[in-house]
Design a protein around this ligand. Structure first.
Ligand code: COA
Length: 180
C-alpha cells in the first residue's frame, strides 16, 4: 500500500454528482495494477508515453490514483511531482458522467495538499472542449497557451492523432491551473 491509503468517497450534489449519489473507493496505484494501467493508457492515449510541454513521461511508471466501484477499476489518474508542483499527466474515466472524474480530481487535490504542493496543474489540448469545460467548472483556469506544442510533441510521440474531438486539428497545448 503506498502513502495514500484507501479512502471512500460518497459523492453528493456538492461534489458534482447529479442524480443518485455514487460511492467510489480511491486508492494509490500498486505495482500489481501496472498491466491494467498499461492497458488503459494504450487504449485511451495510444501508448504508455505522454508528452507535456516538450517533456516525455513514461506514464505507467508514474504514481497514480485509481477509482474503484463494486470491485471494478473505473478511473485512472497519473501525476508527476516536481518540487512543489503537481502535474496531472493523465486523467481518465472509464464510464463518463458518473462522477468518477470529479472523484479523482478531489482525491488528487487532497494528495497534492498532503505532499505540500503549491501548484496543481495540467495540460489539455485545443480540441478537447469537454475537458476544458470540465476543468473550468472545477476551478481550473487557463494560464497559458502553448501554440503548436502538440505539433512538436509528435516528434516525441508519433501516435498523437492529427484530428481530435469534433474533427478539430490537434495543435496547441493549454496549461490549466487549479485555483484553491
Ligand atoms: C475529463 C474526464 C476525466 C471527466 O470524467 P467524468 O467521469 O466524465 O467526470 P464526472 O462524471 O465527474 O463529471 C462529468 C459531468 O457529469 C456529471 N455527472 C456526474 N455524475 C452524474 C450522474 N450520476 N448522472 C448524470 N451526470 C452526472 C457531472 O456533474 C459533470 O457535469 P458538469 O461538468 O456539468 O458538472 C472524462 O471526460 C475523460 O475521461 N475524458 C477523456 C480523457 C481526457 O480528456 N482527460 C483530460 C485530460 S488529461
Amino acid at each position: 500500500m503506498n502513502r495514500l491509503s484507501t479512502r471512500r468517497m460518497t459523492l453528493g450534489a456538492n461534489d458534482y454528482a447529479v442524480g443518485a449519489a455514487h460511492t467510489f473507493d480511491v486508492r494509490g496505484l500498486e505495482p500489481e495494477d501496472k498491466p491494467w494501467v498499461q492497458h488503459i493508457l494504450r487504449q485511451y492515449w495510444g501508448s504508455t508515453t505522454q508528452v507535456s510541454m516538450g517533456k516525455l513521461y513514461q506514464a505507467d511508471e508514474l504514481p497514480g490514483l485509481v477509482a474503484v466501484r463494486d470491485g471494478q477499476s473505473v478511473g485512472l489518474l497519473t501525476y508527476h511531482i516536481d518540487g512543489t508542483a503537481c502535474e496531472i499527466i493523465t486523467h481518465n474515466s472509464m464510464a463518463g458522467h458518473g462522477g468518477i472524474g470529479s472523484c479523482l480530481l478531489n482525491a488528487i487535490r487532497d494528495k497534492a495538499r498532503e505532499l505540500g504542493c503549491e501548484r496543481l496543474w495540467l495540460i489539455t489540448t485545443n480540441d478537447n472542449t469537454p475537458a476544458i469545460r470540465f476543468y473550468q467548472r472545477r476551478n481550473f483556469d487557463m494560464i497559458a497557451l502553448h501554440r503548436d506544442a502538440v505539433t512538436e510533441a509528435r516528434h516525441l510521440k508519433s501516435e498523437i492523432p492529427n484530428i481530435g474531438f469534433d474533427g478539430i486539428p490537434i495543435r496547441h497545448e493549454i496549461e490549466m491551473q487549479y485555483n484553491a
